[in-house]
Design a protein around this ligand. Structure first.
Ligand SMILES: Cc1cc2nc3c(=O)[nH]c(=O)nc-3n(C[C@H](O)[C@H](O)[C@H](O)COP(=O)(O)OP(=O)(O)OC[C@H]3O[C@@H](n4cnc5c(N)ncnc54)[C@H](O)[C@@H]3O)c2cc1C
Length: 412
């Protein structure tokens, strides 16, 4: 494969693959680098908001997505203690796709990355970007290692897109594992079950002391249970369940705290080993890193996953950035316009995503605190529509990207 590109994208999750498809389809020479072989499972609730489904059609994976995804998500629940309160989810104003769906990340991420390759992006996989340097004022250089111990490569481009998520070492700053521990750090877990008992199309949000989560029936009738738990709460669970692995100790705590989970899993069995990741630290990072280096998806900012909006933010931030990059290709390749595009993108990113990151943080903090949850429960018992309004506030039906045909600006 070649080593000089117009753009290099670090990470082949939903954000990176979306950017790779859009840039490659606009005629850019693009490399996307993904450290793991696909298909691979990932910690995620796997709920995909309706706001993305028309984008999947434009990206060219709509038909496969429709064929694979689980039932339409039409209701939201609040599952606390012995109670499970249910309300309608608001429909998205897109007649062809009013409701979100659920699809395992082993399927979704594979579909998107395969589509990037079919769109003529060079997919370097499994390769890891170890570090990034500037060879001169214009080109940025990525130093890669492959799976074989001695496999290395050096790629360069004037545009670099950080799409490596937020749960691993950042190859741009080489920071991550040396962060000081905080009791508020969140650890995330995912279990996938067969023979679970949950109505299709219902998405119960779980609130329990020290954490929050969700469960949903997705593709292949499998139930995904995904949750986050604070470091201090996880420690207490492990002290209570001596000898159990962290995931099982935490799952026992969730089931003890939420009757809905006990009921759903009564006859269920795991279809694959538990997955865990952490610590995760939701918050706004930096959508524009420096001259010619942009961030999308979790690398730019991460909402508490209580809203299940991370995949939307990944796909939509990639789209937003590509809309700004594509018409400026000649200038960017010549080393001009990067600042202007960066400032514009950062402003648009903040306008589009800051509110949902704050709303998600508010809900997450309520869900983790039993007194706040009790107060919320009392309100929802009286006005179940609060759940519908909360989904609206969480941007479940907020349009960030226009989908009335492929946006003209994406065509060079
Ligand atoms: C418990 C939990 C539940 C969630 N539930 C939902 C949900 O229901 N709905 C929803 O929309 N979102 C949900 N999310 C959030 C969602 O998973 C993320 O926001 C989403 O994965 C972000 O996509 P991304 O492309 O930015 O990053 P990622 O999906 O993390 O992709 C980044 C990719 O980059 C690769 N990579 C990393 N470093 C390198 C490197 N140095 N070199 C090469 N490749 C690299 C990784 O292997 C990975 O494939 C949940 C998150 C958690 C923790």
């Amino acid at each position: 494969m070649k080593t000089n590109y117009d753009a290099i994208i670090v990470g082949g999750g939903p954000a990176g693959s979306t950017a790779a498809i859009l840039l490659a389809q606009a005629g850019w020479s693009v490399a996307v680098i993904e450290k793991y072989a696909f298909p691979r499972r990932k910690v995620c609730g796997e709920c995909i908001a309706a706001t993305n489904l028309a984008l999947f059609d434009l990206l060219g994976i709509g038909l496969q997505f429709d064929a694979l995804a689980g039932p339409e998500l039409r209701s939201v629940g609040l599952c606390v203690g012995e109670e499970m309160l249910i309300a309608d989810l608001p429909p998205f104003a897109e007649p062809s796709h009013p409701w979100g769906r659920v699809l395992g990340r082993e399927h979704l991420d594979t579909l998107l990355l395969q589509r990037a390759a079919a769109s003529s992006a060079d997919v370097w996989q499994p390769w890891t970007v170890k570090h990034v340097s500037h060879s001169d004022n214009l080109r940025k250089t990525c130093h890669l290692v492959g799976r074989a111990a001695d496999a290395t490569a050096t790629l360069s481009a004037p545009v670099l897109i950080a799409a490596h998520g937020s749960w691993e070492t950042d190859p741009f700053t080489e920071q991550r594992h040396d962060l000081p521990h905080r009791e508020s750090d969140l650890f995330a877990f995912k279990g996938t079950y067969r023979d679970a008992c949950l109505a299709p199309g219902v998405l119960p949000v779980l609130a329990f002391p020290g954490g929050y989560g969700g469960m949903v029936l997705g593709d292949h009738d499998h139930l995904t249970l995904a949750f986050c738990i604070r470091r201090d709460a996880l420690r207490t669970c492990r002290e209570r369940s001596v000898g159990l692995p962290a995931a099982l100790a935490a799952q026992a705590h969730v089931a003890l705290s939420c009757a809905g989970v006990r009921h759903a899993l009564a006859d269920a069995s795991l279809v694959a080993p538990w997955l865990a990741v952490g610590p995760i630290r939701p918050g706004i990072r930096s959508p524009w890193r420096y001259d010619g280096v942009f961030a999308i998806g979790n690398a730019a900012g991460e909402a508490h996953p209580i809203l299940g909006e991370g995949i939307s933010m990944a796909i939509q931030s990639a789209w937003m950035l590509c809309e700004l990059l594509i018409p400026r290709r000649a200038e960017l390749v010549a080393g001009r316009a990067a600042d202007e595009v960066g400032r514009h993108y950062a402003a648009r990113w903040r306008r589009s995503f800051t509110a949902r990151i704050r709303v998600a943080a508010l809900f997450a903090h309520i869900a983790m605190r039993p007194r706040a949850t009790a107060a919320l429960l009392a309100l929802v018992r009286r006005w179940p529509g609060i759940l519908t309004t909360s989904a609206r506030l969480g941007a479940k039906v907020h349009r960030v990207v226009k989908t009335d045909g492929r946006p003209k600006r994406l065509v060079t």
